[in-house]
Design a protein. Structure first.
Length: 284
């Protein structure tokens, strides 16, 4: 977002810090009522002398607990669900009126609720054109989803490997449980889900940096739908085939399973993207 919308001064100031590791950025775009809709924004940005005053609440800001700057979406004009009128602002978490409630997410990372109480920002904190940030948000979320699908493949692949190894090792009735045909079928189902997700992740990657049109949006939505369903299926099957050890904190599978559940919901779950895909098909 910073690279796409930032001014020359913003890019020259912030991107070298990010590259050097001295500055961490986070993006606050979700709100408690938004349910994956980027245009459902109730956080307000009111123009004042010298800049803007921000008020509202952002939800599940991943990495926001430790970010040095947070890119916040806020409504500078229009009603709460209008697509026009959404702007992006660079907010310093240490500024007066900013507070955070930090909590762990199920996959071991941290997120926060971000509260903005009449937070004053200068005109130089605006990222891009005022009131026209939604297209960039959608475009960059598409790139993030493509990367997220690839992220899911790693955990799904490891879950399949761990499960196959366990089926070859764990014995019951004097033989490895992998000898039981019903468990072999379930292992094949897991691998099939992984192969389908791999194909869709590759397809999403080929469109991620392309022009933001209906074709790109359909591919991204389809990829997230397939990968989210596959992630949940693989995680659940792996735990079932392992039994109780599959949820043991000291065993790697538990961490991969939690990560896959998180991926299945972040940036929109499978139901959300199936609806988006269907709507785009009707337009076509």
């Amino acid at each position: 977002l910073l690279n796409q919308l930032g001014s020359d001064a913003q890019i020259a100031d912030l991107l070298p810090q990010v590259a050097a590791g001295s500055l961490q950025l986070a993006v606050a775009f979700d709100e408690p009522q938004s349910h994956y809709n980027l245009h459902d924004v109730q956080t307000k940005a009111e123009a004042v002398d010298g800049g803007y005053r921000l008020s509202g609440r952002k939800a599940v800001v991943i990495g926001g607990h430790s970010a040095g700057k947070i890119i916040v979406s806020a409504r500078s004009s229009g009603d709460s669900r209008d697509e026009a009128g959404i702007s992006l602002f660079l907010v310093d978490p240490s500024a007066q009126g900013v507070s955070r409630r930090v909590y762990p997410t199920i996959d071991g990372r941290k997120g926060c609720e971000l509260f903005l109480d009449n937070v004053q920002v200068g005109a130089d904190a605006v990222l891009g054109e005022i009131g026209n940030a939604l297209p960039a948000l959608r475009y960059q979320q598409g790139r993030a989803i493509a990367a997220q699908c690839a992220d899911a493949l790693g955990s799904m692949d490891e879950a399949c490997k761990l499960t196959l190894d366990y089926l070859k090792t764990r014995k019951q009735f004097g033989v490895p449980i992998g000898k039981f045909q019903v468990l072999q079928h379930r292992m094949v189902d897991m691998q099939t889900e992984l192969e389908q997700a791999t194909s869709m992740a590759i397809l999403a990657a080929t469109f991620a940096d392309g022009e933001d049109n209906d074709d790109r949006r359909r591919i991204i939505a389809a990829a997230k739908y397939i990968c989210a369903r596959a992630a949940r299926k693989v995680a659940e099957e792996a735990i079932q085939l392992h039994g109780g050890i599959g949820m043991t904190w000291e065993y790697n599978l538990a961490h991969h399973a939690k990560r896959l559940v998180m991926i299945a919901h972040q940036f929109g779950d499978d139901d959300h993207h199936l609806k988006a895909y269907a709507k785009l098909m009707q337009v076509a």
